[in-house]
Design a protein around this ligand. Structure first.
Ligand SMILES: C[S@@+](CC[C@H](N)C(=O)[O-])C[C@H]1O[C@@H](n2cnc3c(N)ncnc32)[C@H](O)[C@@H]1O
Length: 204
């Protein structure tokens, strides 16, 4: 897959991201996009040769979308879901091969079903679960569990400074309960702030 990238895209991304954060801090959840290093670690180690259906939740300006698109096998599909239409418009322009929709991730099951993409092999998320309402997080975790095939993976990250917060451990427990297995953890120091990549494989 090719990336349509113009000069200055990096700074456009940061300005767009910051502007959307100022407008809606709890929904965007960070003042800047993730680093390239974190984006790569989010998708490294997945079986890209056999993956046919992938979903990305909360792509923002697309740093992880690019890492996915570079690995997708021919004939494989990626559905990217972000509730902010300003981000989605930019993703469409940069990654025309990725199906981008401006919707809430709560609607993942309906979105995947309408496109014949269920069940997903892998779901990768940059959603700011730490700042989303608990009810929204619960709906999204249910949707992830319901749309992932057995043996499929769900990958997300938590900032290291917040890993011990009660809300962060409650999130991990909630996901482990749904997936039937604990996550693997990988520290990524090359991000501001450093982050822990968490990956669950659906066991039941
Ligand atoms: C922290 S940003 C992550 C962007 C990108 N993945 C990265 O790592 O740089 C979170 C993204 O989640 C999106 N978002 C927040 N709540 C959402 C929801 N309920 N459904 C879909 N997208 C949502 C925001 O619009 C934003 O683009």
């Amino acid at each position: 897959m090719t990336e349509r990238r113009t000069a200055g895209a990096h700074w456009h991304d940061h300005l767009l991201f910051l502007g959307r954060f100022v407008r809606s801090p709890r929904t965007v959840g960070a003042i800047a996009p993730s680093s390239r290093r974190l984006a790569e670690r989010m998708v490294d180690g997945l079986d890209w040769a056999s993956a046919r259906r992938v979903a990305e939740l909360g792509p923002g300006t697309g740093i992880v979308t690019g890492a996915i698109a570079r690995r997708l096998a021919s004939g494989a599909c990626c559905l990217a879901v972000d509730r902010d239409a300003a981000f989605v418009g930019r993703l469409h322009a940069r990654w025309p091969q990725v199906e981008c929709v401006a919707e809430g991730a709560e609607a993942l099951a309906a979105l995947g079903e309408a496109r014949g993409l269920l069940p997903f092999d892998h779901i990768v998320s940059g959603l700011p679960f730490a700042s989303l309402p608990a009810a929204t997080t619960g709906l999204i975790l249910d949707a992830i569990r319901d749309t992932l095939r057995i043996g499929g993976t769900f990958t997300t990250f938590q900032y290291v400074h917040a890993v011990r917060f009660r809300s962060a451990s409650a999130f991990r427990e909630a996901m482990t309960g749904r997936m039937g297995a604990a996550p693997t953890r990988q520290l990524v120091v090359g991000n501001l702030p450093p982050a822990l990549v968490l990956r669950w494989r659906r066991a039941t």
